[in-house]
Design a protein. Sequence first.
Lengths: 343, 267
Amino acid sequence: MSDAGSLSPSGQNTSPARWQVKPAFDWKTVLMVAAAFVLLSVSAQRMELHRLSSQLGEFLQASVGLKESSQIGRGIGSVTQQMYPIAIAERTPVSLIDDFDPAHLPLFSHLETEQVEESALDPATMQMTTKTVKKTFLVEPAGYLLYTLGKMLETVEMAIWASLFAVLMSLPLSWVAARNFTPHPVLYGLARSFISFLRAVPELISALFLVLAFGFGAIAGILALALHSVGFLAKFFAEEIEAADKVPQDAIRATGAGDLAVLRLAVLPQVLPSYTALTFYILDRNIRMGTVIGLVGAGGIGQELKGRYDMFQYDHVATILLIIFLSVLALDALAAKIRRKLI
Amino acid sequence: MTGMQAERVASGPVLTVADARKTYPDGPAVLEGVSLAIEPGSFCVLLGASGSGKTTLLRSIIGLVPLDAGAIDVSGTRLTPKTLRSLRRQIGMVHQDFGLSARLTAAQNVMAGTAPGLPMWRLLFQAYPKPVQEKACALLARVGLEAGHVNRPASGLSGGQKQRVGIARALINDPKLILADEPVASLDPQTAQDVMGLLRQTAKEQGAAVLCSLHQINLSRAFADRIIGLREGRIVFDGPPGQLSQDMLARIFGTGRETFAPAMAVA
Ligand SMILES: Nc1ncnc2c1ncn2[C@@H]1O[C@H](COP(=O)(O)OP(=O)(O)O)[C@@H](O)[C@H]1O
Ligand SMILES: [Mg+2]
């Protein structure tokens, strides 16, 4: 028995002078690159990408003073001007506060009084009259900042619950959806389709419907995030199971153990680091997506953002955006720390 | 040897393989009618070159590779899909690449051998019964590990230590039969000697028969009671080490010990 023979049964006796090294790139690669180029050009037409360059050019010219104004500048400029200064304090007319008690103001807050011009229709003369009224406001210096932080915390809580539910659902689902462990091929097919379906439905879309079913608020948001996360996690959990080293699995199976014992003793120890990394990724993603699905009323800071944006209160919008940005940064650092501890 | 084991001795071989045949999908025939019987307590070496079918034969005995034809009996019980799991529990197996879970500790790897008899929650929380824990520690000491190794992840052990853990795991169910597939293939020569000696000694103490595949002639000669020579899926030699002459070695490994095609070596 010769090793050379078993390695290449067909070419074992040719002289090395006739051997050939396969080129890394061949005409097929060239054709594929050409085809991709054509497809991208067609797509660029459909996307009107030429407008991107002309509009960006106009904007750049305008910003260095070569042009009067640009479309992008006009669209963004008015908004950005109103974003500064950002809203930190909360000013509430006391007339809107139930059971207002001037003797017991909230901590660090004070009252402000202002002359406000109000127009009203005089019922006697049927004419618009303007009169000056005195209005009292309750001012909480960091009121809006604290309120927004609370809303951000709500979004983070939503993301944590969604990720927790997603992991708990994905663990059993990934077992059924792993080709080498599924209890039955039919179940495998069903599980895979279910997972693909969940992944195919974006959070924003499912949140629209879940808000109808569960009402405005966090529950709809948690479910929307969790369902999409299952579609992602279960797929990758299952693929980790399929790719796990078979040697330890055979060793456990050879003791007479069943599939579940093999999963626990030989597969789980192998996949745990990647499961942890995937879970952190999905938590991170859920925090970012959690701010977005608030836009359709599914709770958290996004709901607040949508409200302020629709009321053109761009200084409040700026506060919200800043808080989202800082929170994602902080959570990123925290997650990196935890991950280092766990792996 | 206890009375129960004496009874088994009287009842015949601990393992019989009858006319085992195996061809992998779109591959050559790997086992071409292998028949053998292993007597209780004997240390048998399955000797053969790389690719001769040793792994395939051992894996088919424990039901990890389905045979195309042939029969396997363990202590008189036929291996069938129905008896598979219960027979596996009576066999210990030592693997070429150790087969340990790298992130489980030495003790957890040994205790994993008792998994089939335990409820799932115990496995889930790695909460093994006290007697199992004590037995695992005793076995780890038996194979020459120290207290400091017990709770160390398998990934932190040397190759020799890993295989010692593998042997301890194979012993935890008091098997009558131990299968070992090139247990020292990835160890240096001195460690290989030590581990082979340990495998033989512990098996003898336990009264377990061993079927151990090897490709090293010197190790086979040193440790085997009986050598079974396998070549291209057929048994070409079966006898005590004393009968392993140069002629017989040529039958097992081919004419020259060189496995590269001579024509190419010259050209
Ligand atoms: N899973 C498999 N599929 C296809 N061919 C295999 C498989 N396992 C082993 N073989 C082939 O069977 C032959 C015998 O392999 P093996 O039993 O591993 O021999 P050994 O353990 O003596 O080296 C080899 O030619 C190998 O390529
Ligand atoms: Mg082998």
